[in-house]
Design a protein around this ligand. Structure first.
Ligand SMILES: [Zn+2]
Ligand SMILES: [Zn+2]
Length: 131
């Protein structure tokens, strides 16, 4: 299924397809916005296909990105670039099928020692914060 939703169901996101491979971000902003964990993201394009958009609260987290979450239940929905590609990166946890393979990690220099994945990933340090 390529449809995902927040905890309360007020927001539903539809992807063109559900990819097998996803990425993980260990930056401090993602950790905060998730309340203590890594952000597992599905890279989408600039076109947000969602029901219940009136329930989406957007928060400008940097000069180049915003975060979206459900106004009712607080579920983190996406990271959205507000410059350049304007792509949306969706929270992997929104989707019922959890058969993903984590193939890339970014901001590994910010990764707490207690977080690690079983799969082999490409690990990247990045100088610029994701925001
Ligand atoms: Zn909700
Ligand atoms: Zn991040």
């Amino acid at each position: 299924m390529n449809k995902g939703n927040c905890l309360c169901g007020a927001v539903e996101i539809t992807l063109n397809y559900l990819p097998e491979k996803i990425g993980a971000c260990h930056c401090a902003t993602c950790r905060k916005i998730n309340g203590g964990g890594v952000q597992l993201g599905i890279h989408g394009d600039a076109d947000l296909k969602a029901k219940g958009t009136e329930n989406i609260q957007r928060y400008t987290s940097s000069d180049w990105a915003e975060r979206g979450f459900c106004k009712i239940c607080g579920t983190t929905l996406f990271y959205h670039l507000t410059v350049g590609s304007m792509d949306y990166i969706y929270s992997a946890g929104l989707f019922p099928e959890q058969t993903f393979i984590i193939t890339e990690e970014i901001f590994v220099e910010s990764k707490p020692a207690h977080i690690g994945f079983l799969s082999d990933t490409s690990r990247k340090k990045t100088a610029q914060q994701v925001g």
